[in-house]
Ligand binder design. Structure first.
Ligand SMILES: [Zn+2]
Ligand SMILES: [Zn+2]
Length: 93
């Protein structure tokens, strides 16, 4: 499944075009698979992926929260809150 957040291969945060990693927005245990199946993913540069302020970084909490929020908003443009909750089990909005 393609990303529901972007069509171009660019860092979703800073728009950089090189050194990109594919990030699954809702990750850990079963959620990575659910993210893959529903296109809950985006491209991130190295810094915004695993750097200090990157989603998986030591100070990445805000970035992680932001992506989870934006992705839920995008999904709910075409689906209901109930459908989102069924998949992810948590409301980020
Ligand atoms: Zn970036
Ligand atoms: Zn990731």
């Amino acid at each position: 499944m393609k990303s529901i957040l972007q069509t171009r291969k660019r860092c979703f945060i800073c728009n950089k075009a090189n050194n990109l990693h594919e990030h699954h927005i809702y990750f850990g245990s079963a959620k990575r698979r659910i993210s893959e199946a529903n296109g809950f993913k985006c491209w991130l540069c190295l810094e915004h992926h695993t750097g200090t302020f990157g989603v998986h970084g030591i100070k990445g909490y805000e970035t992680d929260k932001y992506l989870k929020k934006v992705c839920q908003m995008k999904y709910e443009e075409t689906h209901s809150r109930e459908e989102f909750m069924k998949l992810i089990g948590r409301n980020y909005l």
